[in-house]
Structures are given as C-alpha cells and as structure tokens.
Design a protein around this ligand. Structure first.
Ligand SMILES: [Zn+2]
Ligand SMILES: [Zn+2]
Ligand SMILES: [Zn+2]
Length: 159
C-alpha cells in the first residue's frame, strides 16, 4: 500500500519517454503499435476494454488487429506496466499501473470509471478480520457504484 498523499494520476509525458528508454535498454522492440498502446495507457485516466483501446487507436489513425493488441497487453502486463481491472460486469479492462493501490468509482449512468485512492484503505476492517478470523491478508478489491458529478448535473466549475 502506498501513501495516500502520493497521488500520481496525472500522467507525465516524461514517464512515457522514461518507459520507452527502459524497454529499449532491456532489449525490447519498440514498434509503433507498442508505443501507441503505451501512450494511450499513460494518458488514459480510466481503465479501458480492448474495443475501447482499438477505437482510440483508430481515431489516432492506427489500425491494429485484435490479436496484436492482445499480444501487446500480455507484454505490458508481464512488464508490470499495466494491470487487468475487474469491475464485476464480466468485462476485462486494463489500466496503467500507477503504483498506488486504489479503487474505482463506477457511474451507473454514463459508465464513467474513475480511479480513487482512499486514505488508510480498509485498515481497520483488515485488522478486525485478522483478529477475529486469523485470516492473513494478501489484497482486497472493492468498487463503488453510483452516479457521477456530471450525471448529477454538477459541472466541474460548480464543484
Ligand atoms: Zn456519470
Ligand atoms: Zn484505476
Ligand atoms: Zn483498498
């Protein structure tokens, strides 16, 4: 678990270059597809499904077939650059592994997904469960479903 004050959800352009450089040094090929997919994850603010990813790539004028995308996803997961996110609807989504343990706020109206980091996440509950059940924790996963500010009619400026 990371410090909740270390929120780093705003992706930095510099991150992209650092990651490219690291992969290059490790001897991995940086194909245009790999670069484009990585850039999308680094600039994306919420987890994406494969169709969403393909759509974004095509709006950037990059046409990739599904098999290639899945191969890239496997590669990025192995390199611990992205991770799979399950939100209980059976869809597989992927997001850039920002390092911080966090949860997701899912809007049931517009389906928007927001990453959210909680302070001292569930610590008390974990301690209670360990004390009462002698259960050793590895991790937990929790999603919140509701209606986002936009769907509630609250605009960014009014907040
Ligand atoms: Zn919404
Ligand atoms: Zn997230
Ligand atoms: Zn948590």
């Amino acid at each position: 678990m990371t410090d909740a004050t270390q929120l780093r959800y705003t992706p930095l352009v510099a991150d992209t270059e650092i990651i490219f450089e690291r992969l290059r040094k490790e001897g991995f090929r940086l194909t245009s597809t790999r670069k484009a997919v990585l850039r999308l994850f680094l600039s994306g603010e919420s987890p994406m499904t494969v169709p969403e990813l393909l759509l974004r790539l095509s709006t950037e004028g990059i046409s990739v077939n599904k098999t290639t995308v899945y191969r890239e996803l496997d590669f990025l997961i192995t390199r611990k650059l992205i991770r799979e996110v399950q939100l209980g609807d059976g869809l597989r989504r992927y997001e850039y592994l920002k390092g911080g343990h966090h949860h997701h706020l899912v809007c049931v109206k517009c389906k928007n997904i927001e990453c959210f980091e909680m302070k001292a996440c569930l610590k008390e509950f974990e301690e209670q469960i360990t004390a009462e059940k002698n259960f050793t924790f590895i991790k937990h996963s929790l999603e919140f479903f509701g209606i986002c500010a936009l769907c509630n009619g609250v605009t960014e400026s009014a907040r």
